[in-house]
Design a protein around this ligand. Structure first.
Ligand code: A3P
Length: 342
């Protein structure tokens, strides 16, 4: 592996600014203790972690290749599930490797560079690997971005960034899979994720979390822009649009359609092996074993919470549910993304 030279760069058409202190203070008062020094894109107003500011142009210029498979999701939409499925489709002969290396060692999670940037001067196994792969690379230019660039294909990459924050050539270059999940369950899953996170990202009430979600204040928001940007391009031959709820209802059928899209020649028995490999139980089991060495996945003990459809019903009051329904009506009006909620 060698680090590729930077070719001519495309102009990043947005600016990245600090989220106003008043907004952050309001969020912190509601329990968002981990929301500090955030930045946001302008004019699209996507809140992101501060390290994104220096990397925005690199994300926008990240070069995809024709043999890449790229997974895009809004957080908590089943990213980890589908990354495991994509990896299994591409690695059927060596599924046992999933026991040896956790998912982010097998699939490049591009956003790691601003979600969990390596602290300056740190000496970790990941950074040692980075120095070996990219001897001239600089940590501040993004470890995962450079490791991915240096990796021979075929690669599997994933990101929560909106389509419009990534290279505009993405869809015309390689296969892209998008998984959407209904916004009520996304919100509940996001709430548990932030509540249980060892970094105490959120310590407040669900109702406040839900208001922040609907108010587009959470990292990677606005939810609707995220889904809409891809939904409107769903006819593109390189794009496969999936729903979490369909995977739950008919995992075999969904994986078969996914394999066809990926042009992977899988028998029914192969598809069943992929389904078993990425079943909730198997993934939870692997995570429990692996977390003993490296701590919980994404810093969230019990990351595999329930993996169900309709979990919002147990958490949201009638009032909040009505607010959600109105918000969904307002935002889905005219685009009519066919979400299922139970
Ligand atoms: P819940 O919090 O509702 O349980 P992401 O990977 O995008 O962060 O999404 C996480 C959500 O996907 C969590 O939802 C998690 O339990 C669920 N999930 C992960 N793997 C799954 C699987 N194999 N089957 C069903 N749901 C799964």
């Amino acid at each position: 592996m060698s680090c590729p030279q930077k070719s001519s760069r495309r102009f990043f058409p947005l600016t990245v600014e600090k989220v106003p202190d008043e907004d952050e203070k309001l969020l912190q008062a509601k329990g968002f203790l981990g929301y500090t020094n955030l930045v946001r894109t302008n004019p699209s107003l996507v809140p992101l972690r501060p390290a994104y500011a220096d990397l925005a142009e690199s994300y926008y210029n990240f070069e995809f290749r024709s043999d890449d498979t790229v997974l895009l999701t809004f957080p908590k939409s089943g990213t980890t599930w589908l990354s495991e499925a994509l990896w299994a489709v591409r690695n059927l002969g060596q599924l046992g490797q999933a026991d040896e290396a956790d998912i982010d060692e097998r699939v490049f999670f591009l956003d790691s560079d601003f979600l969990q940037p390596a602290p300056p001067g740190a000496d970790t196994p990941a950074l040692r690997k980075f120095s070996a792969a990219c001897p001239e690379g600089r940590v501040e230019d993004g470890v995962t971005l450079q490791m991915a660039a240096a990796q021979k294909g075929p690669r599997i990459l994933k990101s929560h960034l909106q389509l419009e924050l990534l290279n505009p050539d993405l869809l015309d270059t390689c296969k892209v899979v998008y998984m959407a999940r209904n916004p009520k369950d996304v919100c509940v899953s996001y709430f548990h994720h932030c509540r249980k996170n060892t970094k105490k990202i959120f310590q407040g009430e669900f109702s406040d979390f839900a208001e922040a979600f609907m108010g587009n204040k959470l990292l990677f928001a606005p939810y609707w822009d995220h889904v809409r940007q891809v939904w409107l391009r769903r006819g593109h031959e390189n794009l496969h649009f999936m729903f979490f709820e369909h995977m739950k209802r008919d995992v075999f059928g969904e994986l078969k359609r996914l394999a066809t899209f990926l042009e992977a020649d899988l028998s029914d028995e192969d598809v069943r092996r992929v389904a078993d490999h990425c079943s909730f139980g198997r993934m939870q089991e692997r995570e429990q074993r692996q977390s003993q060495g490296r701590g919980p996945l994404y810093g969230v003990p019990g990351f595999f919470h329930k993996g169900e459809v309709g979990g919002w019903k147990a958490v949201a009051s009638q009032d909040l549910n009505d607010r959600f329904d109105n918000w969904i009506l307002d935002n889905n009006c005219g685009i009519d993304i066919p979400f299922t909620y139970e």
